[in-house]
Design a protein around this ligand. Structure first.
Ligand SMILES: [Cu+2]
Length: 619
């Protein structure tokens, strides 16, 4: 027995000794990691997913909301192909403290921010890791010249990617394209449940070239309203006849996927799992802003326009949407930025102090009722620096002071005045209206010229015009590379709330925007009856955009060169409006192909469910 005991005792001693050494090593390693920001960064980037959760908590507390951008990695290099592999899944997260199922890209919410330069090619190999939902991705604001099938518009250019399948989006960025874009889901309401991310195209620059506006550092802020219910449930609520077409009101707001919901405002009818975030955990940056900084702001929300202003600092817009420069307009803030729109601003501290808080106000224009859970005016600390308690605790302010009205901006592009012709070759007039009709069982539907859109299967890009169903309103624009015509589009909005309209595949000049004074008139404009639009035509310095707010009981007149062949969606970017059919498309094609016979391609029908595909010769 003894002979057998001895080795056991020796074994125990060795184990204790070994464990002691191991603990000392781990302990000193921890001290090193925590005390050295560089090594911490390294660990955070490289081995993050394998670290125990206690470390993740630590990281969470140290993280900031602003997404720091890296123009220096792109503006001086040659063009290249950027290949990304994205696995889309869904899981529960608590973006604003309230637990909700959101979409994830490689486990991240929101999805990754892509940074590239003009002329790059972006290849995104998408795997649908969801159990029972099909997906698609859209590259908001990119022209996609000659790449219509990469547009991600379900029902128009593709069937969504089924669960377990892969699809590769290849996006060639034009040599002239640079600015703030974003990518997002374009199937069902995925965008509203977090399937989105930033897409920044940096403009190449020679090393000695002075910048038109001086600033140091760039930060991306994806700002938007946030619903605690899923987009599906929100759409179902809106579609219910008992809500009379009133838009569902958001519960909260998030910046880059984080916000602060006041749990005490939750109503018993909608029980939630909630933890109110600490105000100091929502700082945008970890360092004080002492020099002018460029903030790229995207409204990633589903319904509300947003206004932003920085306390104690100036905030002046420099570009709008896809990098189109605007004439100088100084202020403390900007508004209203509608869903889908982007604005780049330079934030500069004033003589007295650096910016301390970012105030955000959700515009209530489209709120059909009062949501007692929503705090529509909130503030976020700009830096981690500790301010006096009253600065943190003072109530969020709606005191929006010198707000630059984005609808009054003009272009500073020198080419704008020479680019826009005095008249367009083709003019289209459309009327957008949400209606509740008995024949649709009182379900509110959005109509454009009496057509309420619904995605068609297989998508219309795969079929001849004769096979497109009654939900497709797709005017034809004859075009060829040699004769790409100028198109004027008048979008009339007969509703009592704004609609931000987004055109795929083209950017356009906004020549006129009008809202009737009261509720007495429709504010419509019909160029065929003669006369100029009531707000006049700005041909000298029109803004160039890809998403434009069409005022309630009003209209916009936009003009663009139809130089990109394909089927391009034009739709309201508010989630429930798109979901209820406020959408159409334009068919830009060769003059002899109005019937969409030569351009129809079966490639667009990849992934369409078996039984829905029909051979082109059959239709
Ligand atoms: Cu709308």
């Amino acid at each position: 027995m003894r002979r057998t005991m001895a080795p056991k005792i020796l074994g125990r001693t060795s184990i204790v000794f070994f464990i002691t050494i191991l603990l000392v090593l781990i302990g000193s390693g921890l001290v090193l990691i925590v005390s050295s920001p560089e090594s911490w960064e390294f660990w955070a980037k490289s081995k993050w997913s394998t670290l125990p959760s206690i470390f993740k908590e630590f990281h969470h507390q140290e993280s900031t909301l602003g997404i720091e951008l890296h123009p220096e990695d792109h503006i001086h290099r040659d063009t290249k192909t950027i290949t990304l592999h994205w696995n889309i899944t869904a899981d529960f997260r608590s973006p604003d403290g309230v637990k909700k199922r959101v979409y994830l890209v490689n486990g991240e919410f929101p999805g990754p921010t892509i940074e590239a330069r003009s002329g790059d090619e972006i290849v995104v190999d998408v795997s649908n890791g969801l159990e029972d939902e099909s997906i698609s991705l859209h590259w908001h604001g990119l022209k996609l010249l000659g790449q219509n099938l990469m547009d991600g518009a379900v029902g128009i250019t593709q069937c969504p990617i089924p669960p377990g399948e892969r699809f590769t989006y290849r996006v060639k960025i034009g040599d002239e394209e640079a600015g703030t874009f974003w990518w997002h889901g374009h199937a069902m309401g995925h965008r509203a449940d977090g399937l989105f991310g930033g897409l920044i195209i940096h403009k190449p620059q020679s090393r000695n070239e002075p910048r038109p506006i001086e600033y140091e550092g760039e930060m991306l802020l994806m700002v938007g309203d946030w619903f605690h219910a899923s987009a599906n449930d929100t759409q179902r609520w809106y579609s219910g006849y008992e809500h009379f077409g009133q838009e569902p009101v958001p519960d909260s707001m998030i910046i880059n996927g984080k916000g602060r919901f006041d749990c005490s405002l939750a109503v018993p009818a909608h029980p939630i799992e909630c933890t109110t975030a600490s105000y100091s955990d929502l700082a945008l940056t970890s360092h004080e802003i002492s020099k002018p900084t460029r903030w790229r702001i995207v409204n990633t929300g589903s319904l509300a326009g947003v206004s932003l202003h920085v306390g104690d600092a100036s905030m002046s817009p420099i570009t709008i949407d896809g990098g189109h420069p605007v004439a100088l307009a100084e202020g403390d803030g900007i508004g209203v930025l509608y869903p889908g729109e982007r604005v780049d601003v330079v934030v500069s501290n004033t003589v007295s102090r650096a910016p301390t808080r970012l105030f955000i106000a959700l515009d209530p224009e489209n709120f059909g009722y009062t949501n007692p859970s929503l705090t529509a005016n909130q503030s976020f600390p700009v830096t981690k620096k500790v301010y006096k308690a009253e600065e943190y605790n003072s109530p969020p302010s709606a005191d929006l002071r010198r707000i630059v009205d984005l609808s009054t901006l003009t272009s500073s592009e020198t080419s704008a005045s020479s680019a826009v012709p005095a008249a367009a070759q083709h003019t289209f007039v459309v009327y957008a209206k949400s209606q509740i009709l008995v024949k649709f069982e009182n379900e509110p539907k959005g109509f454009i010229n009496h057509t309420s859109w619904a995605p068609q299967t297989p998508p219309i890009a795969s079929m001849n015009r004769s096979a497109w169903d009654e939900n497709q309103f797709v005017p034809f624009v004859p075009s060829s590379p040699e004769t790409a015509p100028w198109v004027e589009l008048v979008i009339n909005n007969l509703d009592d709330g704004s609609h931000p309209f987004h055109l795929h595949g083209h950017s356009f000049y906004v020549l006129s925007s009008y809202m009737s004074d009261g509720r007495g008139g429709w504010g419509s404009y019909d160029p065929f009856t003669g006369g100029a639009p009531p707000a006049g035509l700005n041909l000298a310095s029109p803004l160039r955009k890809d998403t434009v707010r069409v005022p309630r009981r009003g209209h916009v007149v936009i003009r663009f060169r139809a130089d990109n062949p394909g089927l391009w969606m034009l739709h309201c970017h508010m989630g429930v409006h798109l979901g209820s059919g406020l959408a159409m498309a334009l068919h830009v094609g060769y003059p002899d192909d109005e019937e969409h016979i030569h351009a129809a391609t079966e490639a667009a029908a990849k992934y369409c469910p078996v039984g829905t595909k029909r051979a082109l010769k059959d239709i």
